[in-house]
Write a protein that binds this ligand. Structure first.
Ligand code: FPP
Length: 216
């Protein structure tokens, strides 16, 4: 089972409490850590989350810096992830792409998390960082053509950023936004969608079970 989450509504969670938006993101990262603990107890082999999009760089600089810090923290939770037997992956624009802006300290944290959890055999947690589905598809088509192949569905699937990522079974979008996003567009063809008004920091095990109920 592959569950993919668009973790929306951190800003609104904070706003309702009279807190700065950054506090909402902090709580969003905490909640992701909590949800991973729950997810490993369910029949979920793959959990993929939208941490930072190719479009998110235009947010105010302080907010971007804060979200980057939270990724550093998440990728640094190695004791926890190893205890849960969770393997970490990353999906996004390659670091050597001329347009990529991922700072070196995040690159290092990502590489280290992947290496230090590579031996785990449980759930695969994939974090999308500097990710955009359209860019992924453009890159895939370019690579297919670069390899001198015909542009077919199979060829594109094999040239995505993470070709081994299975199709998404359930796509979750929190915070009452009834729309798709620039997230896993190829991989989500045919996925069930769980929309919920709950903001991401409040998305809990019961919500996850409601999403899973769509496909089990
Ligand atoms: C949407 O909330 C969420 C994001 C822009 C990014 C998701 C980031 C987190 C959940 C924090 C940490 C996550 C990781 C993986 C370290 P929003 O700001 O769009 O909320 P709003 O729509 O209410 O303004």
């Amino acid at each position: 089972m592959h569950v993919a989450c668009i973790m929306d509504g951190n800003g609104r969670w904070a706003g309702r409490r009279g807190l700065p938006r950054t506090d909402g993101h902090t709580e969003g990262e905490e909640n992701l850590a909590r949800l991973v603990r729950v997810a490993v107890t369910r029949d979920i082999g793959w959990l993929t989350v939208f941490g930072f999009s190719t479009e998110n760089w235009v947010r105010p600089r302080a907010e971007v810096r804060h979200i980057l810090g939270l990724h550093h923290r998440l990728f640094g939770r190695l004791d926890e992830l190893n205890e849960l037997n969770v393997r970490v992956q990353w999906i996004g624009r390659p670091f050597d792409d001329p347009q990529a802006r991922t700072p070196k300290y995040i690159q290092r944290a990502i590489r280290r998390a992947i290496a230090d959890t590579a031996q785990n055999t449980g759930m695969l947690l994939t974090v999308a960082f500097d990710y955009g589905a359209r860019q992924e598809l453009i890159d895939a088509v370019r690579r297919v053509r670069g390899d001198g192949l015909d542009v077919t569905p199979a060829a594109i699937a094999e040239h995505l950023y993470l070709p081994e990522l299975p199709p998404v079974d359930v796509l979750v979008r929190t915070s009452g936004e009834l729309r798709v996003s620039n997230f896993l567009l190829w991989q989500s063809a045919g996925a069930a969608i769980h929309f919920t008004d709950t903001t991401w920091p409040d998305f809990d095990g019961a919500e996850l079970d409601a999403a899973l109920a769509l496909v089990t």
